[in-house]
Design a protein around this ligand. Structure first.
Ligand code: ASP
Ligand code: MG
Length: 402
């Protein structure tokens, strides 16, 4: 019998009516003759609300207790969904992460799945139960509850699909699939019928919010084909897989990331070892650096600019302050920036993509502060105030309205 893993995000189970809607989708899949394992996130803003509750008591909650707290959100949604499935006449059983066999490392708040012991799951599937599993959580070797990091339920679903060798893994959300740009902001955005893992990974990392990037990494590693679709409309979604049948598209999507900050160090000595000293200091504290730009040396000095996520910016500046080689130099930090990216596997063989993007920005009189490219993406850093206009202009350039 085919086995289908279906994942529903927080907005898809936000209230009783939505839970009932999900139960309808799940039970229909079950009645059509499939074994069904469902992964759900916490209802609506529950996880944020729990974080707020902790913040009312302490600025430094122990991470173990934070995981214990946040895992409660998913416990609510799985039990409610199992009840709703039973109400519709299909037997369902809910399992917390540990009951479903999710073994993780003990990095509380950012745990990695090490393995899934599927015995209990297999038993429940064999009993012809719909199995409803709490996403985003597992258990570590100390028998403590762990969580996988925000948006982690996608990863739970992909991991389950891989462990159970599911025939399909469907990720239900509140948009109809993966679009060429955020459909809520860009009216001309088009739904893609297919996209490769690599393209999806870039889009997810660069700011598209439809799939968590770790889940895409895992899907690629274990060859789990994903379907992203809406729980609210009954339409085909987007398939994420290794190779798409479609011709390589020059540009598959345009994204905006408003979480960046640009840090610049002005007038560093133009001698070997400076970049090493700066970036090893940041790496030692796990601060991820994205775009790096170094000016040509002049009069024995040069400037180095780079971007980090906004949340890391204060710590990065503090660390630079501790470097003797930067003593007395000006370090600036600009958080009013945004990163706009175009992604597409076809640009590998199309040299004109960058200039087409730059032309669209020029036509809008938008200044480019930094540029970074890889085989399948081009990112530019611009002032944040122009970000939405930039996405619209770049999108128009690559996807002209018919
Ligand atoms: N409930 C968790 C969060 O909001 C996990 C998830 O939604 O995937 O981050
Ligand atoms: Mg959530």
């Amino acid at each position: 019998m085919p086995l289908i893993v279906q994942k529903f995000g927080g907005s898809s189970v936000a209230n009783a009516e939505r839970v009932r809607n999900v139960a309808r989708i799940v039970t229909e899949t079950f009645r059509a003759g499939n074994d069904v394992v469902v992964v759900v996130s916490a209802q609506g803003d529950t996880t944020d609300d729990l974080i707020t509750k902790a913040a009312e008591l302490t600025q430094k909650p122990p991470r173990r207790e934070m995981d214990q707290l946040l895992s409660a959100g998913e416990q609510i949604s799985i039990s409610l969904l199992a009840m709703a499935c039973n109400e519709l006449g299909c037997p369902a059983v809910s399992l917390l992460g540990w009951q479903a066999g999710f073994q993780t490392d003990s990095r509380y708040g950012a745990a990695r799945i090490k393995s899934i012991r599927t015995e209990r799951l297999q038993v429940e599937i064999g009993r012809k139960n719909i199995v409803v599993v709490a996403g985003f959580q597992g258990i570590c070797k100390y028998d403590d509850i762990t969580t996988l990091g925000r948006g982690g339920s996608d990863t739970s679903a992909v991991a389950l699909a891989a462990a159970l060798r599911a025939d399909r893994c469907q990720i239900f959300t509140d948009v109809e699939g993966v679009y060429t740009a955020d459909p809520r902001k860009i009216p001309g955005a088009k739904k893609l019928s297919e996209i490769t893992y690599d393209e999806m990974l870039e889009l997810a990392t660069l700011g598209a919010q439809v799939l968590n990037n770790r889940s895409v990494e895992m899907a690629k590693k274990y060859h789990v084909e994903l379907e992203v679709l809406s729980s609210l409309t009954n339409k085909p979604g987007t398939i994420v897989k290794e190779v798409t049948a479609m011709e390589k598209m020059l540009v598959r999507g345009v994204t905006k990331d408003s979480e960046a900050a640009r840090i610049s160090v002005i007038g560093v000595p133009d001698v070997p070892g400076i970049a090493f000293k700066i970036f090893s200091k940041l790496a030692a504290k796990n601060i991820n650096v994205d775009i790096i730009l170094q000016s040509v040396g002049r009069d024995g000095t040069k400037d180095i600019s780079f971007t980090v996520s906004r949340t890391h910016a204060p710590e990065a500046i503090e660390l630079l302050g501790k470097l003797d080689i930067l003593d007395g130099l000006t370090v600036t930090c600009d958080t009013a920036v945004a990163k706009i990216s175009v992604v597409g596997a076809g640009m590998e063989t199309h040299p004109g993509t960058a200039s087409q993007m730059f032309e669209a920005l020029f036509a809008e009189d938008i200044n480019i502060q930094m540029i970074a490219t890889s085989e399948i993406k081009i990112s530019v850093l611009i002032e944040e105030a122009a970000a939405d206009r930039a996405v619209a202009a770049v999108h128009r350039a690559f996807f002209p309205e018919e």
